[in-house]
Design a protein around this ligand. Structure first.
Ligand code: SAM
Length: 360
């Protein structure tokens, strides 16, 4: 009888060597591993991230500029059907003030995130992107505004947007249909991701760990999809229930599983920009630090005006103060330094993109 621990280590070694293990091997690794396996995975994940990005941890200023959304994802607190959500939209001036404040705090990437709010037309967002780029030409803009037309994505890219985050949520069409109403589809979301990559965005996909109805097979689908897409960024955080959604009362994803997935994804995509997410910091006070120790290399503190932070209520108890607040960068710097890494101000581009730009 082969020893399971040894088998898992062999699968981890193969990931480290750049190979994609078989579905059954990945499934066993995900469902049946020891603490020792996890420590081994994290050790290799740190080696790989240090080869790619040294000890740097990049920071992004997150501006949650609208919580209006046309969609009705069953897990999300800003879903259209949540009549308890207190809706807001930042004005152009408020968005610019967030970026100006972020710039003076040292941020060189602004992430403009919101629900799928059609008030922000192609033209309106082009104007906002152009204004920010003119004022802060040394900064990167990341958009995260959901599924839109190809021509919108193209126009925003041509206006100066650099990156786009669109989690695929789950790569299994069957699972996708259990998390979303019939008018949404996994196929369309994936198609958007291919379009974004094709246009030239540094593109981010990702999913929630422990979402309702997720099985080990779904996670294997997610890992295979990420390997196929080869995104520049991957957003992986635990699912956390929100009280006004159909999934209120469901269990959260676990810290342990999320960390393990981060480690695997670091080996699968060595150069990926991998955030230790807010959701990870919400389920455990040291969640983000542990994310960094499992292979993550990005943190995204909140730059939104304090008055709207509790309205962007994707899930219960979402943190937005302390080192989660962009205003507390010194606190964040210390927390990051305690892990042995360094907080870096600077755009923090995907490695190969940076090499292309600078000829490094
Ligand atoms: N509208 C954009 C989109 O569709 O990508 C961006 C905003 S959306 C709210 C950002 C992400 O929040 C989603 O991709 C989802 O993975 C995450 N999210 C939503 N509800 C969540 C929950 N209950 N627990 C954890 N993450 C959640």
């Amino acid at each position: 009888m082969p020893d399971i621990v040894t088998d898992n280590k062999m699968v981890i070694d193969r990931l480290y060597a750049g190979e994609l293990p078989g579905r059954d091997e990945l499934k066993q690794l995900l469902t049946c591993h020891s603490e020792e396996d996890a420590e081994y995975l994290f050790k290799l994940a740190r080696q790989v991230r240090e080869n790619a990005y040294g000890k740097d941890v990049y920071i992004r200023g997150l501006v949650e500029f609208t919580n209006y959304c046309r969609n009705n994802c069953y897990y999300c607190g800003i879903r259209h059907g949540n009549s308890n959500a207190c809706r807001y939209r930042l004005s152009d001036g408020e968005i610019y003030s967030c970026c100006d404040e972020g710039y003076s705090l040292g941020f060189r990437t602004f992430v403009l995130q919101g629900g799928e709010d059609m008030y922000f037309t192609k033209e309106k967002l082009c104007g906002i992107i152009e204004h920010i780029k003119k004022k802060h030409p040394d900064c990167a803009i990341t958009l995260s505004v959901g599924e839109r037309d190809y021509k919108d994505y193209l126009a925003w890219y041509e206006s100066g947007a650099d990156r786009y985050l669109l989690r695929h949520e789950t790569a299994s069409a069957e699972h996708y249909n259990k998390l979303h109403p019939a008018e949404m589809s996994s196929g369309h979301r994936k198609e958007c991701l291919w379009q974004l990559k094709d246009i030239g965005y540094q593109t981010g996909a990702g999913f929630m760990a422990g979402s309702p109805f997720q099985t080990p097979d779904c996670l294997v689908d997610d890992l295979y999809f990420l390997y196929e897409l080869k995104p520049h960024m991957a957003g992986i955080g635990p699912f956390i229930p929100q009280k006004d959604t159909p999934f209120a009362g469901r269990s959260s994803g676990t810290l342990e599983q999320t960390l393990f997935l981060l480690g695997i994804i670091r080996l699968l995509l060595p150069d990926v920009l991998l955030p230790a997410t807010t959701a990870l910091g919400t389920i455990a006070p040291d969640g983000r630090e542990r994310g960094l120790m499992a292979g993550a290399n990005v943190v995204m503190p909140n730059l939104s005006p304090v008055s709207v932070r509790d309205k962007y209520n994707l899930y219960d108890n979402k943190i937005s103060t302390g080192e989660e607040s962009a205003q507390c960068t010194e606190l964040l710097r210390k927390r990051i330094e305690q892990t042995g890494y360094n907080m870096v101000t600077g755009r923090g581009d995907f490695k190969k993109y940076k090499q292309k730009q600078t000829g490094e």
